[in-house]
Design a protein around this ligand. Structure first.
Ligand code: IPM
Ligand code: MG
Length: 371
C-alpha cells in the first residue's frame, strides 16, 4: 500500500457540488480497486463560504489547502454575490488559492473527442483530432501587479490603473514548464505576448529566447503576438501544440481554445506550483466551466470535466498516469457509446443526468479493468 494522499475537496457553488459528488464515486472506486487510499476533507469556498463563514475562503480552509497534497476545486460564483465587495467575492477565493499556493503554471488542454468533433462551431475538418495545450502564467502579471487602484486627479477627473509586471524568474519558470511539456508532446512551443507594443512583451520574448538557447534548443520555438494568436486559433488551430503566455492573454486565449472544442463541459485544468525542498509540488485541479447557476441543482450538469480534472490530479500530483489514462479511456468509451449530458447532446439524442453519467463512468471503469 502506498501512503495516503491528502486531498482537499472544494465543491464551491452552483453545479460545483453536483459534479464533485460524481468524482467522489470515482475516488471510492479507486480506493476499492487500486492499491491507493486518499484522505479526503471537504470545505466551503466561494459564495457559499461567504454566506456561511463571512469570506469566500476562510483562513482555516486556506491553511488546509496549503497542507494538502492536492486540491480539487469545483466552481464558484453566481448572480447572488454580484454585489459583494471585490475582495470578498467568490472569484477572490480562487485568486487567493492561486497566489498563496504559488500555482504559477496553469495547464488548460483543449482536446476534441472524436465522438464530439461535430459539436464545434468550426468546420469538423479544422478541429477533428485537435489536441492543444494552453499554458497560462497564473500568479503574476496584471492580475496581481502593484500599484493598482483608482485615484482622484482633479475635482472632475479620476484615473484607474493596473500594473502589468513580470520579473526574470517569473518568465523563466513558466517558460521552463512550457519547454518541458513540449518535449513530452510534439516538441513545439509557441510563446505569445505583445512585444510590438508592451515593455513586458519585449521582456518576455527576450527571456524565452535566451532560455531556449541556453537549455532547450532542441525544441522548435515560435513567437507570436497575442492578437494574431487569437486569430490563428480560429483560422487553423492545429498549427499549435503548446502555447505559453502570460496571465491575462492566457485567460482570453484559453477561453477561445476551449470553445473550439464545442464542449466546455468536457475540459479539465491543472494549476501547478514549484517543487519544494521535500519534492512536493502543490496542485489544484478544476473544470474549465463555471458554476452554471441556471442549471444548478437540476441533475443536468456534465460531470466529465470534473472527473477529467481528477484524472489530471492523478497524473501531475500523484504520478499515477496509468490510472489517469484509464479514466480518460472510460470517458472516451462512454462518448462513443452515445452517453450525453444535455450540453453535448444533439436534437436526436437522449440525454443522461449528471448522476447517470457519473455512474456510467464507474461501470465503464469496471469493464475496462475486468471487474
Ligand atoms: C479563469 C477565470 C478567472 C480568471 C476568474 C473567475 C477570476 O476567468 O480561471 O479563467 O480570470 O482567471
Ligand atoms: Mg477565464
Amino acid at each position: 500500500m502506498s501512503s495516503n494522499k491528502k486531498i482537499l475537496i472544494l465543491p464551491g457553488d452552483g453545479i460545483g457540488r453536483e459534479v464533485m459528488s460524481e468524482v467522489l464515486n470515482i475516488i471510492n472506486w479507486m480506493t476499492k480497486n487500486k492499491s491507493v487510499s486518499f484522505d479526503i476533507s471537504e470545505r466551503l469556498v466561494g459564495g457559499i463560504a461567504y454566506d456561511k463563514e463571512g469570506d469566500s475562503i476562510s483562513d482555516t480552509t486556506m491553511q488546509e489547502a496549503l497542507d494538502s497534497d492536492a486540491v480539487l476545486f469545483g466552481a464558484v460564483g453566481g448572480p447572488k454575490w454580484d454585489n459583494v465587495e471585490r475582495h470578498k467575492r467568490p472569484e477572490a477565493a480562487l485568486l487567493r488559492l492561486r497566489k498563496e499556493m504559488d500555482l504559477f503554471a496553469n495547464l488548460r488542454p483543449a482536446v476534441v473527442f472524436d465522438a464530439l468533433a461535430d459539436s464545434s462551431s468550426l468546420k469538423t475538418e479544422l478541429i477533428k483530432g485537435l489536441d492543444i495545450l494552453i499554458l497560462r502564467e497564473l500568479t503574476s502579471g496584471v492580475y496581481f501587479g502593484k500599484p493598482r487602484g483608482v485615484e482622484k486627479i482633479s475635482e472632475k477627473e479620476e484615473k484607474a490603473f493596473d500594473t502589468q509586471l513580470y520579473t526574470t524568474s517569473e518568465v523563466e519558470r513558466i517558460g521552463r514548464v512550457g519547454f518541458d511539456l513540449s518535449r513530452k508532446r510534439s516538441n513545439r512551443l509557441t510563446s505569445v505576448e505583445k512585444a510590438n507594443v508592451m515593455e513586458t512583451g519585449m521582456f518576455w520574448r527576450k527571456i524565452i529566447t535566451d532560455l531556449h538557447k541556453r537549455e532547450f534548443s532542441d525544441v522548435e520555438l515560435n513567437h507570436m503576438y497575442a492578437d494574431n494568436c487569437a486569430m490563428q486559433l480560429v483560422r487553423f488551430p492545429k498549427q499549435f501544440d503548446v502555447i505559453v503566455t502570460d496571465n491575462l492573454f492566457g485567460d482570453l486565449l484559453s477561453d477561445c481554445a476551449a470553445m473550439l472544442t464545442g464542449s466546455l463541459g468536457m475540459l479539465p485544468s491543472a494549476s501547478l506550483g514549484s517543487i519544494d525542498s521535500k519534492g512536493k509540488r502543490s496542485g489544484m485541479y478544476e473544470p474549465v466551466h463555471g458554476s452554471a447557476p441556471d442549471i444548478a441543482g437540476q441533475d443536468k450538469a456534465n460531470p466529465l470535466a470534473m472527473i477529467l480534472s481528477f484524472a489530471m490530479m492523478l497524473k501531475y500530483s500523484f504520478d499515477m498516469s496509468e490510472d489517469a489514462v484509464l479514466i480518460e479511456q472510460a470517458v472516451q468509451n462512454l462518448l462513443s457509446k452515445g452517453f450525453r449530458t444535455p450540453d453535448i447532446k444533439k436534437d436526436n439524442q437522449n440525454a443522461v443526468t449528471t448522476k447517470e453519467m457519473g455512474k456510467a463512468v464507474v461501470e465503464e471503469l469496471n469493464i475496462l479493468s475486468g471487474k
